[in-house]
Design a protein around this ligand. Structure first.
Ligand code: UT7
Length: 315
C-alpha cells in the first residue's frame, strides 16, 4: 500500500504555557525546557467526532477520492464522549461511506498499528482503498490541577488515505505490559450487583518510567525496521516520531546519530495529541513541502500499555 492523501484538524483554542501558569504551580520555562511544548490546541466547543470527520474529508480530497470508493475505515482513539457506537461508524456516516469499519485503542501508537492492520488487508487482497483516522482528546483525560500531566497534552485529528502500492518497506509492533505506568480508570454505571469498590481516576503517569521506555522502545523499533528493510539510518530522509517530549526525540536522534534536520517536530505548538501526532505531523510536513516523492520516512510511536511500533515507508 501507499499513503495517497493526508488531512488534519486542530481545535481553535490555543493554550500557552503562560496561560497554564496562571492556575498551576508551573512556568513557561519549566514546560519549555523539560518537554519542548510552548502551546497546545485544546477542545472547547468542538466535538471530537466532527474533527475526525473533517480530517477524513480533507484526506479524501487530498487523495482525489470519494467516500463511496473506500473499502475499510480504521479509527484510532483512546477516549471520546461516546462509549458506543464506535467513532469509525460515526466517521463512516459523516463522510457518506458504506464500507466496514473498526476502532482500535493502541494509545499513542495507534497510527502505526492501524497501518499494520491495513497492510495485512492489502496483502490478503481484501481492499483497494483504506481510510485511517486518528482522533484524540487527551486533554479530557487529565486532571487540570495536576501539573505533572495536563501540561503535556493537546487535542487533534489526523487522517490518511491508503491505496495499492509497495511503499511500505517494513512495520514492527511490540507490547510489554506495564499497566501501572500510564493509566486511567473510568466509573461505569452502577448495577444492583456491584460489590467491588470502583473509582473515577484521571490519567496517572510515572513520567520517568515512561520516558525510559519510550527512548528504548523507539530506538529498538526503528533499528528493527531498518534492519528488516536493509536500509541504513543514513538513507532515511525523515524521522517522524511521536511528539511526547522533545528530550525523547533528541535522545533517539543521538542514538541514531542522525542530524536534527531529519527530525521534524510540531510538539512546540501541539503538545502530545496521542495517536494523532504521527498523521498530523505527516500532513503538516507535506503541506510545508518538506516531502519529495521517493523520500524514505521512518515513523515511530509508543504509548500506554506499553505498546510501540515503527514503520519504514517510501513517500
Ligand atoms: O505518549 C506517552 C505519554 N507520556 C510521555 O511520553 C511522558 C514521558 N515523560 C516525560 O516526558 C517526563 O518524565 C515529564 C515531562 C513528564 C517530567 O519530566 P522529568 O524531567 O522526568 O521531571 P520529574 O517528573 O522528575 O519532576 C522533576 C520536578 C519534580 O519536582 P521535585 O520533586 O524535584 O521537587 C516535579 O514535581 O519537576 C516537578 N514538576 C513540575 N514543575 C513545574 C513536574 N511537572 C511540573 C510542571 N511545572 N509542569
Amino acid at each position: 500500500m501507499k499513503i495517497s492523501g493526508t488531512g488534519s484538524v486542530l481545535p481553535k483554542k490555543i493554550v500557552t504555557n503562560d496561560m497554564l501558569a496562571q492556575f498551576l504551580d508551573t512556568s513557561d520555562e519549566w514546560i519549555r525546557t523539560r518537554t519542548g511544548v510552548v502551546s497546545r490546541h485544546v477542545i472547547s466547543d468542538e466535538r471530537l467526532e466532527d474533527m475526525a470527520i473533517e480530517a477524513a474529508r480533507k484526506a479524501l480530497d487530498d487523495a482525489g477520492m470519494k467516500a463511496e470508493e473506500l473499502d475499510f475505515i480504521i479509527c484510532s482513539n483512546v477516549v471520546n464522549e461516546y462509549v458506543t457506537p464506535q467513532l469509525s461508524c460515526i466517521i463512516q456516516g459523516g463522510i457518506g461511506a458504506t464500507c466496514p469499519c473498526m476502532d482500535i485503542n493502541c494509545a499513542c501508537a495507534g497510527f502505526i498499528h492501524a497501518l499494520e492492520i491495513a497492510e495485512s488487508f492489502y496483502r490478503a487482497e481484501r481492499v483497494k482503498n483504506v481510510l485511517i483516522v486518528c482522533a484524540e482528546e487527551p486533554t479530557r483525560m487529565t486532571d487540570w490541577s495536576d501539573r505533572r500531566t495536563c501540561v503535556l497534552f493537546g487535542d487533534g485529528a489526523g487522517a490518511a488515505v491508503l491505496t495499492p502500492g509497495d511503499n511500505i518497506k517494513s512495520i514492527k509492533l511490540s507490547a510489554s505490559s506495564a499497566t501501572d505506568k500510564l493509566w486511567q480508570y473510568r466509573l461505569l454505571q452502577p448495577t444492583p450487583y456491584i460489590e467491588k469498590e470502583e473509582e473515577d481516576v484521571p490519567l496517572q503517569m510515572k513520567g520517568q518510567d515512561v520516558f525510559k521506555f519510550a527512548v528504548k522502545a523507539a530506538s529498538k523499533d526503528i533499528s528493527r525496521v531498518l534492519d528488516e528493510a536493509g536500509v541504513g539510518a543514513d538513507q532515511v530522509d525523515h524521522y517522524m516520531l511521536h511528539q511526547a517530549n522533545i528530550r525523547i526525540i533528541n535522545a533517539i536522534q543521538e542514538y541514531l546519530e542522525q542530524p536534527k534536520e531529519k527530525f521534524p517536530t510540531n510538539i512546540e505548538d501541539h503538545g502530545n495529541s496521542s495517536s494523532s501526532c504521527c498523521p498530523i505531523l505527516l500532513d503538516e510536513c507535506k503541506k510545508k513541502g518538506l516531502l519529495k516523492r521517493g523520500d524514505i520516512i521512518a515513523m515511530s510511536a509508543f504509548g500506554a500499555g506499553f505498546v510501540s511500533g515503527a514503520v519504514l515507508f517510501e513517500w
